[in-house]
Design a protein around this ligand. Sequence first.
Ligand SMILES: C[S@@+](CC[C@H](N)C(=O)[O-])C[C@H]1O[C@@H](n2cnc3c(N)ncnc32)[C@H](O)[C@@H]1O
Length: 269
Amino acid sequence: MNLKQVLEKKGIKGAPKSFDQIGDIAIIEIPDKLKNYEKIIGQTILDLHKNIRTVLKKASPRTGRYRLRKLKLIAGVNKSITEHKESGCRFLLNVRTCYFSPREGTERIRVAEKVGKGEHIMVFFAGVGPFPIIISKKTKASDVVGIELNPACVRYFRRNIVLNKLTNVRVIQGDVQKVAKEFYGSCDRVLMPLPETGYKYLVYAIRCLKPEGVVHFYFISPENEINKWKKLVRREASKLKMKTKIKEIKKVLPYGPRIYKWCIDFIVS
Ligand SMILES: C[S@@+](CC[C@H](N)C(=O)[O-])C[C@H]1O[C@@H](n2cnc3c(N)ncnc32)[C@H](O)[C@@H]1O
């Protein structure tokens, strides 16, 4: 039985079926109308999943440049640091001070599978390092650089490089807008996992590429507005007198009612 069904048996209707699990921490969205039942919901998750020690409720939307949200303890141990395992890699992080989405594991593998031997990889907006670390572990990339603004993420990213025993990954703390210029013309592939505002940084990604390099550009859009984003990609490249060729448009995850997170993979020449 899933969470919703167990709670229905306890007389609580309208609870979510699922929640996110990062390491041994569960993070759940609880509708306002069930506010008075949140402790029971939290305890039910602990009873159903013996590998979860802490249940946190989403207490605000994600905000700010670091894309963080408020989280409220509703059951279990009061902690926010955990170790998450994904694709054979280990990620230590603080869920209150660092962005991390366990839902994006399939997308990280999709991109890693495109990486060729000897590639120089750049990951803008790198967080605690899931894309760089999985790419380093799973591919024969020559080296992987991550750029991240949030100092808390950068600290965990550095620890995660050591935890996963990697020698070809490095992280630079700073704003992509300022740091990317050190890498102009040197990358085979640039990843841009900041879907809400990443479009503002397309010119920096394109400038980092070698000829025939690839950009993985994430954005949020309804299905019927994809053409607008294709045009934007073309326009940003043409500002730099470059041409683009779209390789794939991937619907990554649902984001809201009829709105999705997408990725356009495109080559620049
Ligand atoms: C949506 S999160 C993605 C994190 C990571 N790639 C992942 O998949 O878990 C975006 C990250 O970009 C960082 N960020 C936002 N603006 C930035 C900028 N201008 N330069 C560098 N990092 C930035 C945020 O701090 C946040 O950690």
